[in-house]
Design a protein. Structure first.
Lengths: 355, 346
């Protein structure tokens, strides 16, 4: 459980930093953040020529689509669900936008809410299957992954379609000439999440993922929370699909399949536990950044790109294995879960302390 | 423990006590009564009922095809899914999930053609090697899940990603070699009476698999571990050994599936195993196996595999585009799951 009550009476900066790390530690995001920092260091050393704005922009553009989709999967995973349909959701958003868009400015603007709506619909249907028909999420989303994959093929049977350059530059260009659009988008999503997590619904998400029956006993509307999780996840698939459409500038009904495993890998590397209750949406984004940084580092070290998957997979297992073994390791006090003095932490494992 | 699985657990616990500890077996009458009265049997009737309806309607839709040809096509094509789904079934039965199946299949395929290079003699070395590697991959899955406590989804996913890289490195991007002639003959040929070998392979495999699950103590332990891990442990079952073995067996059956697919297509290719991630899982779900473990029969899974292939055969005979197949798959899965639950609630 990530809900922490903190006594802010001591406001020394070192203490506040400690609080910040403790929050990260409790959601399981501390590991991924540290790993991201280390990988970023290696990245700068291995590719000094890319450690500038252009390089940063390229990296973000590559990682943002997977990161946004992984963020969606993370929300669903935190609530205890699982989503096989993310690949098909991306494909359906991609083909709808790529076939319906035209060169006129109004159509390009309209396509953004349309893409979001398509993504949210995918999530909403998943939510209905899981909550109303009470189908296990693995099975329900397996079925919908076939369904939306079929719809994507109906809309566009072969790769094709084109996207006007303005639409592409909105997502992949630099705002005001130096702030990458992808960064703005990611920060907006993270900002939304930071606020949402502290609302009643946000806390309910963790409660339901941790233990649905205790959550229900504590007055959480489990079905509504799950519907919210799937729909929010779908909304993020919509955003990811729009971004993907902008970066590929075309439509492809089969583009989701190869991304499915990368998205899950990003979620797992980001410290989100499949099974619920632990992790953070930001973890998915961090996981995607880590994956893409590793492949860039390997590329600049002259490693054959065939080896990228081996490294990514091994990295995934080492990261997850290490974090699951970390329960046996005593962390330093400022990182650890147990503290004395000015901080008190409640409900680190029980749902009772959440609401 | 979910309330509705308690009764069944006690049933299996009885089985285990009698067969594992005392070495006794139920009388034939008890067996028969349990089989026909059980929820699993009704699921089987439903699965094969749907299959027959699908086959009859595809016969009616395509006037030219004779029933024998249709059955040959459907059963032949379903063999690969059925074999691979056996491993997935074992894993799901114990409460896990195996996402590494596609890469194991592809790796098995490219290694088989790469080592044998189209010769029967070299294939005699290649096939044991490939099967061993499949088993070892499964062992790694099981060890990671059991001892590193990595979630099955994440562990098998990671192994899948690694193996997809291994396939690329091994082949250099283009698989070499062709299927050994005897394998091609085995998979594509006919035996006496014009029965395709592939159907005999499926028949033998299903018989062995069903006997393995229903008549061995290991098979009973599977249900016990899937039903309730803790109760199984307290009943004296070596839970770790069972959980490791299911992943090993899943690796081996995935490798077998890859080998047979090479025989079927005459060569290996990089996307050999890709469709089987979702297909194997869909067959398990359609076969009435509970995704949370402990319940379901392999005969149902075979029916699920047959239904999936029958649907695509049915739709191939109509004017509907290929995309319709996936949409129908989705609806069939949902209806099947809802139907299975209705029976539980009776």
């Amino acid at each position: 459980m990530s809900i922490v009550t903190v006594d802010y009476s001591e406001r020394r900066p070192s203490r506040l930093l400690g609080i910040f790390f403790q929050r990260l530690s409790l959601t399981g995001t501390i590991g991924p953040v540290i790993v991201l920092a280390l990988i970023a260091l290696v990245y700068v050393i291995a590719r000094p020529h890319s450690a500038n704005l252009d390089g940063f922009n390229t990296l973000l553009n590559a990682a943002a689509a997977v990161g946004l989709a992984a963020a969606g999967v993370s929300i669903i995973a935190i609530a205890g669900g699982f989503d096989f349909s993310v690949g098909s959701a991306l494909a359906v958003v991609n083909v709808v936008v790529a076939t319906q868009i035209s060169a006129s400015m109004s159509s390009q603007i309209i396509m953004i809410p349309v893409g979001l709506l398509v993504g949210a619909t995918v999530g909403f249907v998943n939510g209905l299957l899981v909550t109303r028909l009470r189908i296990p999420s693995i099975v329900a989303t397996l079925a919908t992954s076939f369904f939306w994959g079929g719809i994507a093929l109906l809309v566009l049977s072969q790769p094709g379609g084109s996207v006007p350059p303005e639409f592409v530059s909105w997502f992949t260009g630099n705002l005001g000439g130096f702030i990458p659009g992808a960064l703005v988008l990611l920060l907006l999503v993270i900002g939304f999440w930071v606020v949402f997590k502290r609302t009643r619904s946000g806390r309910a998400l963790y409660a339901v993922g941790g233990d649905p029956s205790s959550a229900r006993a504590n007055g959480v509307n489990v079905k509504r929370t799950l519907m919210l999780a799937y729909t929010l996840g779908g909304l993020l698939y919509g955003l990811s699909g729009l971004f993907l459409t902008a970066t590929t500038a075309s439509g492809d009904p089969n583009l989701g399949g190869p991304l499915l495993l990368s998205i899950f890998a990003a979620v797992a590397i980001g410290g989100v536990r499949f099974g619920g209750g632990r992790g953070d949406m930001v973890g998915g984004i961090i996981g995607a950044l880590i994956l893409y940084m590793i492949s860039d580092i390997l590329f600049s070290l002259g490693v054959n790109s065939f080896y990228t998957n081996i490294f990514n997979g091994a990295f995934l297992l080492v990261a997850v294995g290490a974090s699951s073994l970390s329960g046996f390791i005593r962390l330093p006090r400022w990182l650890g879960k147990r503290t004395r003095g000015g901080l008190s932490i409640r409900g680190s494992n029980s749902v009772g302390g959440v609401l | 423990v979910k309330p509705n699985s308690v009764q069944e657990n006690s049933l299996y616990a009885n089985d285990i006590r009698s067969s594992v500890l005392d070495g006794e077996y139920y009388s034939m009458r008890m067996r028969a009564r349990r089989l026909f009265a059980g929820r699993s049997f009704r699921t089987l009737v439903a699965v094969y009922g749907v299959l027959v309806i699908l086959l009859v309607s595809s016969l009616l839709l395509s006037q030219s095809a004779d029933p024998w040809t249709l059955v040959k096509t459907v059963v032949g094509l379903a063999t690969f899914t059925a074999i691979v789904a056996f491993g997935q079934y074992l894993v799901v039965l114990t409460g896990g999930l195996d996402l590494s199946i596609p890469s194991v299949m592809t790796l098995a395929g490219v290694m088989l053609t790469g080592i044998s290079l189209g010769s029967n003699e070299l294939a005699a070395i290649a096939i044991p090697i490939v099967l061993t590697i499949g088993g070892l991959v499964g062992l790694v899955n099981g060890l990671g899940i059991r001892f590193l406590r990595i979630a099955p989804v994440v562990m098998t996913l990671g192994v899948n990603v690694i193996l997809s890289g291994v396939v690329l490195v091994y082949t250099g991007g283009t698989p070499s070699g062709v299927s050994p002639p005897f394998l091609t003959q085995l998979v594509q040929g006919n035996s006496v009476g014009g029965i395709p070998n592939i159907i005999l392979i499926l028949f033998v495999f299903v018989t062995v698999a069903v006997l393995f699950v229903s008549r061995t103590s290991f098979g009973r332990q599977l249900f016990a571990v899937g039903g309730n891990r803790r109760v199984a442990y307290l009943s004296g079952i070596h839970v770790t050994r069972v959980s490791l073995l299911v992943y090993v067996l899943s690796g081996i059956t995935a490798a077998m599936g890859g080998i047979f697919l090479v025989g079927y297509s005459g060569q290996s290719y990089l996307t050999l195993g890709d469709p089987y991630l979702l297909l194997s899982l869909a067959a398990v779900v359609l076969g009435g196996v509970s995704i949370s473990g402990g319940r379901g029969l392999y005969a149902g899974v075979v029916g699920g595999a047959l239904i999936l292939i029958a649907i695509s055969t049915l739709l191939a005979g109509t004017a509907l585009p290929q995309s319709a197949r996936q949409i129908v798959y989705a609806l069939v899965i949902i209806v099947a799951v809802l139907g299975a639950r209705q029976k539980v609630e009776d």
